[in-house]
Structure formats: structure tokens, C-alpha cells
Ligand binder design. Structure first.
Ligand SMILES: [Zn+2]
Length: 145
């Protein structure tokens, strides 16, 4: 009986391992082949920060800076429809205490839709963190709220 139970466990683990590998492989392929979006989930037009079309590999991380190759922003026309928050161009990472500035089009995208982004880049830590780890500089307002 003991042997049977162990064999059963082994088989389950093996199946789970194979499934995990298959899903991971599929995810990588899907990401590489997926063209950059031209609209967000709500159908609003998006472009690259600084203007122009997003490169397909815009999420690629620069190993020197930890930054993405390009950032998604709402187009100027979409941003012109109005802001629901003030335009703020710098946030402070609560974990390290350093403040990071952002370009005007990213700041305006935050102001148009505080939930547009889910993570923020910290120029001191050189990587991304959940927005709940950031407050707008000089305030206690959590970014994304
Ligand atoms: Zn930081």
C-alpha cells in the first residue's frame, strides 16, 4: 500500500511539472509574438510615451537601467478629454524614500485615469513596484488612488 501511494504522488507531481513547463513556454511565445497594443481595455487609443507607435517589444527591460524600452500612454486626444486627478510629475517610493520624476504624458495619463498603470518605476531601486508603494511627492496620496 505504501508503494502505491508514493507512486501516485510521484505521478501527480510529474504531471503538474509538465503542465507548468508547457504553460510557461506558451506564455513566452505568446508575449514575443503579440503586437504592441493601439488601444487599452476600454478602447481608448494609446501610443508610446514621447509620441509614436509602441514598439512590439516595448516591455523589454534595459539591463543597465531596469527601465522598459517604452511606456504606454493615452494619446493626446484621449488625455484632452479631461483629468480626474491633478497632473503630478513625481512620486516617492515609500520603501527607499527616493523620488522619481516622469514625463508629462505619463503624468497626464495618471491624471486622466489613476488606474491606468499597475506598477511604478523607482529610479533609485531601478525596478518596478506595485503603485501602493508610492505616494505623489510632497503628499500622502497613494499613486493610483
Ligand atoms: Zn525605491
Amino acid at each position: 500500500m505504501k508503494w502505491t501511494k508514493q507512486a501516485g504522488l510521484t505521478r501527480r507531481f510529474a504531471v503538474a511539472g509538465a503542465m507548468g513547463a508547457m504553460v510557461a513556454g506558451f506564455g513566452r511565445r505568446a508575449m514575443a509574438e503579440q503586437p504592441a497594443p493601439t488601444t487599452d481595455r476600454q478602447g481608448r487609443k494609446v501610443e508610446a510615451s514621447g509620441g509614436g507607435k509602441l514598439p512590439d517589444d516595448y516591455r523589454k527591460i534595459d539591463p543597465d537601467t531596469g527601465e522598459q524600452k517604452a511606456y504606454v500612454v493615452l494619446t493626446p486626444e484621449e488625455r484632452a478629454k479631461g483629468f480626474v486627478r491633478p497632473v503630478r510629475t513625481a512620486y516617492t517610493h515609500l520603501r527607499c524614500g527616493y523620488t522619481t520624476s516622469m514625463s508629462k504624458d505619463i503624468a497626464e495619463t495618471f491624471a486622466a485615469d489613476p488606474k491606468f498603470y499597475s506598477t511604478g518605476y523607482c529610479s533609485h531601486c531601478r525596478t518596478f513596484f506595485p503603485l501602493t508603494e508610492f505616494v505623489w511627492a510632497g503628499t500622502n496620496d497613494v499613486v493610483g488612488s
